[in-house]
Design a binder for this molecule. Sequence first.
Ligand code: SF4
Ligand code: SF4
Length: 70
Amino acid sequence: MAKGYIEIDRELCKGCEVCIFFCPKRLIQQSDKLNANGYLPASYGDGDECTGCAICALVCPEVAIEVYRD
Ligand code: SF4
Ligand code: SF4
């Protein structure tokens, strides 16, 4: 059971991939569709294992990730 989930603002994202690297559950991938600024934004996939740890949000330099806990 997931304990949380995240939302990524794909227009704020600069595609740096830091959140992808740091998520301990490997739940974030790179989207294959450019955003309006021409970046490939991070994309949150299957949230079934998200612990709500908020590491992804803490490391994001663009503050593009919101974490929600159940
Ligand atoms: S809150 Fe934690 S487990 Fe959930 S996506 Fe972010 S880094 Fe991964
Ligand atoms: S850390 Fe933030 S800016 Fe970088 S890819 Fe993830 S959501 Fe986008």
